[in-house]
Design a protein around this ligand. Structure first.
Ligand SMILES: *Cc1c(COP(=O)(O)O)cnc(C)c1O
Length: 388
């Protein structure tokens, strides 16, 4: 039987035509598609600006730099995320700490964050940046986190890699109503894809311009940004230490074409989630908890083995599904338990809710083209695995 992956891209003839048109055009990079994609993305999210880059990892890096993160600073995030959410701080020479998750939403716990901030203020080591991650596509409680940011004076980067196409309190994720910068990933398993790719959205034109410079070597051709008058028409100045984090025209054309279907994709994900919710109701698993403020992007559908209702072992269930051709996955191994992070002194037991989640979570297949038959096959396989 066919293997069912946990996620996969959907490419249409329109996507192929859009990319082919770029191949036949004058510009493979630095042409009109990247700004068109940025404008479409910003308009979709209701943000002033979008800066497209070659990955969400790059977006996180330049977002941290634009906000002035450097040596001696702290960045805090959740341990239940992809390593990129915290690595961005290390790139800048800053230090990382984590805040445990809320066991119900599996997002960063606002109570734990408030308590940790109170302690950090007394110790004089408040974070410069906090990165809430919208796990599976469900927004964190951004209004409450914004209130803490205002009180303690830190900046906020939303890692919305899972959440493009979702909403919070009726507004699109990416509007940056409650944050300084929001970043997206366009990796093929995410909601819409550019193959590799990402973006940073903001309502602050100064931050947007800083990120544009950092994306492309820190080089400007704007007279107003130069230290002295131009030497001639060839002239540019490097005014910051940037990188080559640019998205290509091919990728932007694909992204623009995909963006036209984003609402359809997210709606498709919601139909599948509703089906899973119904079919799994009697299973000894905990299905995703939805908060009313959030309309999830539903990148992932994570079930947790309910250890109060079954003594089936997490790993056994996971392996049984894989052996059945179901491409389950685990999002995520708590970042503080990675060897690279243990070297900073983190240990098992540091973030108990995150570690408990890790001992029970399984991401089951979720993508809009998953048909009823495939959903039923996943559910049947999970049922067998849980019965043993
Ligand atoms: C995928 C992902 C990233 C990194 O995205 P890339 O585009 O692959 O760099 C960062 N954070 C989270 C939460 C992700 O899921």
């Amino acid at each position: 039987m066919d293997f069912i992956p946990y996620g996969r891209q959907h490419i249409t003839d329109e996507d192929i035509a859009a990319v082919t048109a770029v191949l036949k055009s004058d510009f493979l990079t630095q042409g009109p598609c990247v700004p068109a994609f940025e404008q479409a993305l910003a308009a979709y999210c209701g943000a002033a600006r979008a800066v497209a880059v070659n990955s969400a990892t790059s977006a996180l890096h330049i977002a941290c730099l634009a906000l002035g993160l450097g040596e001696g600073d702290w960045l805090w995030t959740t341990p239940i995320t992809f390593v990129a959410s915290s690595n961005c701080a290390l790139y800048c020479g800053a230090r990382v700490d984590f805040v445990d998750i809320d066991p119900t939403t599996c997002n960063i716990s606002v109570e734990a964050l408030a308590a940790k901030l109170e302690r950090a203020e007394r110790q004089g080591r408040l974070p410069k940046i906090v990165v809430p991650v919208h796990l599976s596509g469900q927004s964190c409680d951004m209004a409450a986190i914004r209130a803490l940011a205002d009180r303690y004076g830190f900046k906020l980067i939303e890692d919305a890699s899972h959440a493009v196409g979702g909403r919070y309190r009726g507004k699109p994720v990416g509007s940056c109503e409650f944050s300084d910068i929001t970043i997206f990933s366009f990796h093929p398993v995410k909601i819409v894809t550019t193959a590799e790719g990402g973006a940073a959205l903001t309502n602050d034109p100064v931050l947007a311009r800083r990120m544009e410079l950092l994306r492309s070597h820190g080089i400007t051709r704007e007279a107003a940004e130069m230290t002295h008058a131009s030497d001639g028409p060839w002239y540019y100045q490097q005014i910051d230490l940037g990188f080559n984090y640019r998205l290509t025209e091919l990728q932007a054309a694909l992204g623009l074409s995909q963006l036209a279907r984003i609402d359809e994709y997210v709606a498709g994900r919601h139909r599948i989630a509703a089906r899973y919710d119904a079919l799994l109701a009697e299973f000894p698993v905990i299905v995703p908890h939805n908060i009313p403020e959030s309309y999830s992007g539903l990148h992932l559908y994570v079930v947790q083995i309910d250890t109060d209702r079954t003594n089936r072992d997490h790993r056994t269930v996971f392996e049984a599904l894989r052996n059945d051709g179901i491409g389950v996955n685990l999002h995520y191994i708590p970042v503080h338990l990675q060897p690279y992070y243990r070297a900073f002194g983190f240990q098992p037991g540091d973030f108990p809710a995150a570690e408990r989640y890790y001992s029970r979570a399984i991401s089951i297949p979720m993508y809009p083209q998953l048909d009823d038959e495939a959903v039923e096959r996943v559910v049947a396989s999970l049922g067998r695995a849980l019965r043993g």
